[in-house]
Design a protein around this ligand. Structure first.
Ligand SMILES: [Zn+2]
Ligand SMILES: [Zn+2]
Length: 247
């Protein structure tokens, strides 16, 4: 666990160095973008308190996708803050039934790497195996501008999961890329913007194709589910990801 930091105007990064999720503030109301692991709930409470708010000021949880390490406290925030949980329609079933995988490759080839062992231990310790299902969901489609604090615009970026979405905070020049990209590979430790490793993707080919959708997006700051923020603009991040290729 690490202390939350403000990574863009009104955007705070929660989680740990290995796994990030974000609190977006607008006029004293909040949207949580992704929901970390069950162990992260107290970290959210502490941050909101520090910002002078209350858990009930969290109006929405918007999921970039429904993997367990992005879903951890979604149901708890939904019930305790009466927040609405939003996800792309193609990932809704997964949010209702966390756990199952449709990854194109097994984890085994990676496990001898120290980074992989560290990441897997980290998510298990944080409660990845006991993530509650989300009982009430609102689904969105590509291109929607969500009526939640921060008003993120949905850019469908399938591949990592079938319903993966990136979220653009247009006025702030911030792209929340979820796991469409990462800036540190959680299984190999490779640094730099890149698509996620094949062991975590439904289709790496599709994830690479989705980069075309991001290439023209205008934002200076890119925030990831895994790795530190990138401040060199979306186009350069996409270019780097294409150079680095799959893993
Ligand atoms: Zn993921
Ligand atoms: Zn992830």
């Amino acid at each position: 666990m690490s202390d939350p930091v403000q990574v863009a105007p009104g955007v705070h990064r929660l989680g740990s160095p290995l796994l990030g999720f974000y609190l977006v503030e607008e006029d004293g109301a909040y949207t949580l973008v992704d929901a970390g692991l069950p162990a992260h709930f107290d970290q959210l409470l502490t941050l909101i308190e520090r910002l002078g708010g209350d858990l009930h000021d969290v109006e929405a949880v918007v999921l970039t996708h429904a993997h367990a390490d992005h879903l951890g406290i979604a149901e708890r925030v939904r019930t305790e803050a009466q927040a609405r949980v939003h996800v792309h329609g193609a990932d809704a079933q997964r949010a209702r039934q966390p756990g199952g995988t449709d990854h194109e490759r097994g984890l085994l080839p990676y496990l001898r790497r120290p980074a992989a062992a560290r990441f897997v231990a980290h998510v298990l310790r944080g409660g990845a195996r006991r993530v509650p299902r989300v009982e009430d969901l609102h689904t969105f489609v590509d291109g929607a501008v969500l009526d939640v604090p921060g008003r993120p615009r949905v850019i469908a970026t399938p591949g990592h999961t079938h319903g993966h979405a990136s979220l653009l905070l247009a006025g702030r020049g911030v792209l929340l890329a979820g796991d469409a990209l990462c800036s540190r590979n959680p299984l190999t430790g490779r640094a730099g913007p890149q698509v996620m490793p094949s062991a975590f993707n439904a289709s790496t080919e599709r994830a690479l194709a989705s980069l075309d959708r991001l290439a023209g997006v205008e934002a200076d700051v890119v925030l990831f589910g895994h790795g530190d923020p990138w401040t060199g603009g979306v186009a350069a991040a996409v270019e780097r990801a294409r150079e680095l290729g799959p893993s």
